[in-house]
Design a protein around this ligand. Structure first.
Ligand code: PNS
Length: 165
């Protein structure tokens, strides 16, 4: 039987402990997980797409079943090109549902063979988002545990660069 490959797409600006928890949980269900970083540049992003990919690669350096790539264009095209028909998305509280529902149904309209699987993180990560982590860090708050240690260092050096400018 061929490997069951899941694509886990997102902005990952930057990857959080919640994202990592979703990857780990996905490895319990799929043989391989491809973390797919949206390469579309955003004006408000803290990290470039290349930096985001690099951070996730370093976090999962010891996990052979995880690969990290960037993608642009339609997600469904990328998923098909990677030989997969499974998309993973993390679902947090109620507010995620509408956005995820719309995206899933639009993707299904475009590519009916692709299924989206929703996973919930462990309770300790349920409320974490990249946006709030960046906000807390930029205001001098403690973000320990909300992101992997190497990401925490990367955020600190970004903020230090910004302060020096
Ligand atoms: O982490 P995010 O920002 O919630 O991830 C959103 C992402 C990257 C999954 C979504 O924006 C996406 O799939 N973009 C690729 C373009 C696309 O296929 N758009 C149609 C989806 S309805």
């Amino acid at each position: 039987m061929s490997d069951r490959i899941a694509i886990y797409p997102g902005s990952f600006d930057p990857v959080t402990s919640g994202h990592c928890n979703i990857v780990e949980r996905s490895l319990g269900v799929f043989d391989k997980v491809v973390v797919a970083v949206l390469s579309h540049p955003s004006k408000t992003a803290m990290f470039s797409p290349e930096e985001r990919v690099d951070l996730i690669r370093r976090v999962f350096a010891d996990e052979q079943r995880v690969s990290v790539e960037s993608f642009d264009g339609l997600l469904v095209d990328y998923v098909a090109q990677r030989g997969s028909s499974s998309v993973i998305r993390g679902l947090r509280a109620v507010q995620d549902f509408e956005y995820e529902f719309q995206m899933t149904m639009m993707n299904r309209r475009l590519a009916p063979q692709i299924d989206t699987f929703f996973m919930m993180t462990d309770a300790e990560f349920f409320y974490i988002s990249s946006r709030t982590v960046k906000e807390v860090a930029s205001l001098g708050g403690d973000i320990t545990g909300t992101v992997p240690p190497l990401v925490e260092h990367a955020i600190a050096s970004k903020l230090a660069q910004g302060a020096a400018q």
